[in-house]
Structures are given as C-alpha cells and as structure tokens.
Design a protein around this ligand. Structure first.
Ligand code: XMP
Ligand code: MG
Length: 179
C-alpha cells in the first residue's frame, strides 16, 4: 500500500470484478445501438480504459474535460468545459463514463449540455458514488460501489493531481491535507 493512504476502500480485484459486471449489463443493453462513449476527464480515464474492454458491442469514444474542483476537495457547483468533444452527439446514443458522483452537479450539467445538442439518448455509468453527498436528484443508469463521505484517491482520482495511478481506491491520511 502507498504510504500516503490511510485505508483501501476497494481493491484492484474488487474494482475489476465490478467493471466486468457493469460491462456485461451495458453490452446487453446496447445491443444494436452503437453508442458514443464519453469519458469525463481526467478522473474517469482509468475506468474508461478498463470498461470499454468489457463492452462487446461496437462503439465509438470521445473525451471531454470539465473542471469543478480545482485544488480543493469540495465541489464549487461551477462547471466549466475545459475540453469539448471532437465529434457531434446529435442523433447518437450517449453513454457518459464518470469516475465518481458526489453532489451530482457536474453530471447534471453535462447531461443538460448534451441534451441541448440533441443526443438521441443519454445514460450514465459511474464507478463510485457518495450517497450522503447527493445534492441533485440524478440516477445514474449504471452504478458501481457506494463510498462513505470521505475524499478518496486512486484509480484515476487525484488530490492535487497526484495518486491517479494507484490501482485501488482509498482514503488519504489527513496529514496530507493539512501540511
Ligand atoms: P460532483 O460533486 O459534481 O463531483 O458530483 C463530481 C466530480 O468531482 C470529483 N470528485 C472527487 N475527486 N476524490 C477525487 O479525487 C473525491 O473524493 C471526489 N469526489 C468528487 C470527480 O472528479 C467527479 O467527476
Ligand atoms: Mg479531481
């Protein structure tokens, strides 16, 4: 385990097992629909890479970067598109891939944007969610693990851009925040 991590919440094996499960459900739901799979950068890039390998229907993918957190650990509620999609979503079945749903503000904003661009359907898959922090009433279509109300890192998620490469998800030692 990394020396800055206080506790591992989900191991690499547990994460991969969940992704296999999600991939199977998504594959059967999207039979014949050729989805456009959208990765919300940066956090979702690791999940995206593992998930698309478990989806068996033909798909295309694209990337979008939004910022809502900066260096802080709390959502500002302000979402900015830092990098937009390269392809059009018009008339497409969209699957948004998110790392974690916290307040839900980022996702509800994204869904709104893609709806206004005339996507045919929009679904969301999130590997993690924090039920205790939900602000926006938003049901992801495919949800992985629930997390406690704690700031987590690893498996794509960062603190000040670090720890994204950890293969598990865990809680940072408080000393890391306060120094
Ligand atoms: P909202 O509140 O808009 O937040 O649902 C979603 C985005 O916030 C980031 N986020 C986290 N990042 N550890 C992180 O490294 C966390 O515990 C955490 N909680 C939320 C994440 O980028 C997500 O897309
Ligand atoms: Mg972040």
């Amino acid at each position: 385990m990394h020396s800055d991590i206080q506790e591992i919440l989900y191991s690499e094996e547990e994460i991969q097992a969940k992704i296999k499960e999600l991939g199977e459900i998504i594959s059967s739901d999207y039979e014949g629909r050729n989805p456009l799979v959208i990765c919300v950068l940066k956090g979702a890039f690791v999940f995206m890479a593992d998930l698309v390998k478990r989806i068996t229907v033909p798909l295309e993918l694209d990337f979008m970067a939004v910022s809502s957190y900066g260096q802080s650990t709390k959502s500002s509620g302000i979402v900015k598109i830092v990098k937009d999609l390269d392809v059009s979503v018009e008339g497409r079945h969209i699957l948004i891939v998110e790392d974690i749903i916290d307040s839900g503000l980022t996702l509800s904003y994204l869904i709104d944007v893609l709806e206004r661009r005339n996507a045919l359907s929009i679904s969301v898959v999130a590997l993690f969610h924090k039920p205790a922090r939900k602000v926006v009433e938003l049901e992801a279509d495919y949800l992985g693990y629930a997390l406690p109300d704690e700031f987590v890192v690893g498996y794509g998620l960062d603190y000040a851009e670090k720890y994204r490469n950890l293969p598990f998800i865990g809680v940072l030692k408080p000393a890391i925040y306060t120094r």
